[in-house]
Design a protein around this ligand. Structure first.
Ligand code: HEC
Length: 195
């Protein structure tokens, strides 16, 4: 009886936990079931839930914020162009709406939504902190030619173009560019402090 209870509790626990939480460490291609056509990209540091593994692929649940009429991206926060994932225009990807709310800053309707898509079973890590650590190390190179422009100097929407214009000066490859942008965006002047 006791053993049965323990087993049932364990099963309930695993079920309630859902899939395993992982973070993309690089820019990752996203696919629909049984199709190799790339429909979108997952960005470094984006949090995902691993729902299933098959061969060398994983089914990922990606969450993010989106506006009702735009199914091109899932953002890390409403009103900030910080991508968790971006989708090609005619991808036909359909989001599952989790909740809708009127966002106080824009006074517009935003949704928290999710989508389940496949990706290659590589470049997924258990912890996000080492990725931000790596980003900080990349960022340190930005003070070779001039004083470091701190994350709080620009808004979340402004940082990606700054990084893009400077990336060749520090020799960033595109994964590093997106990783550094994510770090700077999430620490930008218009971002609330992490709770
Ligand atoms: C090889 C030298 C060099 C490196 C390395 C470098 N920068 Fe610059 N940066 C410059 C120069 C030169 C300017 C001013 C002229 C210009 O904007 O091209 C500048 C200007 C800037 C500005 C001011 C732009 C503005 O509109 O006010 C920012 C912000 C900036 N850099 C950020 C960065 C970041 C972030 C990195 C690291 C990814 C970086 N820089 C790495 C040379 C460099």
């Amino acid at each position: 009886m006791l053993i049965k209870l323990v087993v049932l509790t364990a099963i309930a626990f695993v079920y309630a936990q859902g899939g395993e939480i992982k973070y993309a460490s690089k820019v990752k291609s996203l696919y629909k079931e049984g199709d190799d056509k790339v429909v979108g990209r997952l960005l470094p540091t984006a949090k995902v839930e691993v729902l299933e593994q098959k061969d060398n692929k994983v089914l990922l649940r990606i969450k993010g914020y989106t506006q009702a009429d735009a199914q091109v991206a899932l953002y890390y926060a409403p009103n900030r162009r910080i991508l968790n994932a971006g989708f090609s225009k005619n991808s036909g990807v359909v989001f599952n709406r989790i909740e809708s709310f009127k966002e106080s800053e824009s006074k517009q309707e935003w949704n928290l939504a999710s989508v389940d898509l496949w990706s290659d079973n590589v470049d997924l890590v258990d912890k996000v902190e080492p990725l931000y650590q790596e980003a900080q190390e990349l960022f340190a190179n930005c003070s070779i030619c001039h004083a470091l422009h701190p994350p709080k100097e620009f808004s979340a929407n402004a940082w990606p173009s700054v990084v893009k214009s400077m990336k060749s000066r520090v020799g960033l490859d595109s994964d590093q560019e997106y990783l550094l942008s994510q770090y700077l965006q999430k620490n930008a002047k218009d971002m609330p402090k992490e709770k």
